[in-house]
Design a protein around this ligand. Structure first.
Ligand code: PHE
Length: 336
């Protein structure tokens, strides 16, 4: 047989064989037999140099072409066999990878806990606008424009004359107008103060307002409710005490302290060795505020309180910088 014919025949047969190959080891022996040093093709290629010039050129060309083609076929098959092998290694019983999911912010978490506690005590959860009118934020709360108490809270005003609410107390009057008496609510929300920030002050923070209006509500009710929800949120017995404090919308008004959560009242650096921590403003709702809400102060009385939610969370989780809440720092947030 003519050498060119023989090379073509080798190629044809090799291609036929390779079709049936489905393992790496078969491919290896096919490669060896077709392209190896002892293969017929290699042998023929070694003989080409002895051929007459004309024939040598043609045979050389064909032989190189065939060799290259077979090498390419081998490479392609090799990679597709490897691919198949990898797929065979997929263990379908292997547990799936859990996609990372976000979770609630610590402020939302504790807010929900508080909402559950107060709901169980018969309180409704009320909401109000963050962009508030001057009337609800101040006037309706017995803080007229000329009153020096306006200076107690540094305020963001809008060009239109509204305010970013400086506290959650405006929800008191809004709710009285909406529901009348009797009434029990808490109102958690964001509040805004035009102040410099530091480790314990942020210009955006959270408050929880509490309001209970009924016949014959007294300070005793306020103290009982405060002790109850604080003991439940801190999961330990908490005592409270009241000192006189001034807020135009309550009379009498108080500052309420609680037993230091860090030392259980024994006295530590956090409570300046007193065993007590300042916690919230509170008092009996001022008759003018009840009137603004359309409730007859002769018939009903009530207590109100307001505390910083961020500060409560800081105590609960021993967090030392309020600015972490708005930092968006995942290392902080992941711990909750
Ligand atoms: N609104 C007051 C504050 O922001 C807190 C407070 C609420 C005081 C209700 C008394 C009664 O400081």
């Amino acid at each position: 047989m003519d050498i060119v014919e023989e090379i073509k025949e080798i190629a044809r047969r090799a291609k036929e064989q390779v079709e049936k190959i489905n393992s790496a080891s078969d491919l290896l022996s096919w490669e060896k037999s077709v392209l190896g040093r002892k293969s017929r093709l290699s042998q023929l290629m070694r003989n080409i140099k002895d051929l007459p010039l004309e024939q040598r050129r043609e045979a050389g060309h064909i032989a190189n072409q065939v060799k290259q083609e077979l090498q390419e076929i081998a490479a392609k098959l090799k990679s597709s066999l490897q691919q198949a092998e990898k797929q065979k290694q997929v263990d379908v019983t292997w547990p799936g990878e859990k996609p990372q999911r976000g979770h609630l912010h610590p402020v939302s978490l504790v807010q929900r806990e508080l909402e559950d506690i107060f709901a169980s005590l018969g309180f409704i959860i009320e909401d109000g606008p963050e962009l508030e009118s001057e009337y609800y934020n101040f006037d309706a709360l017995n803080i007229p424009a000329y009153h020096p108490a306006r200076d107690m809270q540094d305020t963001f005003f809008t060009v239109g004359g509204d305010v970013l609410r400086t506290h959650t107390s405006p929800i008191q009057v809004r709710a009285m107008q909406k529901y009348g008496a009797p009434l029990r609510l808490i109102a958690p929300g964001r509040v805004f103060r035009y102040e410099a920030s530091d480790a314990s002050h942020d210009f955006v923070f959270h408050q929880v307002e509490g309001l209970m209006i009924d016949k014959d509500i007294s300070i005793a009710n306020l103290i009982a409710i405060a002790k109850e929800f604080l003991s439940r949120i801190f999961t330990q017995d908490v005592e409270v005490r009241v000192r006189p404090g001034f807020f135009p919308f309550v009379e009498p008004g108080f500052e309420m302290d609680l037993t230091c959560i860090l030392c259980q009242g024994k006295g530590c650096s956090a409570c300046k060795r007193t065993g007590w921590m300042e916690f919230m403003g509170a008092g009996l709702v001022h008759p003018r505020v009840l009137e603004a809400g359309g409730i007859d102060p002769q018939e009903f009385s009530g207590f109100a309180f307001g505390f910083g939610l961020d500060r409560l969370i800081m105590l609960k989780y021993r967090i030392d910088d309020i600015r972490l809440f708005h930092s968006g720092d995942v290392r902080f947030l992941q711990q909750f």
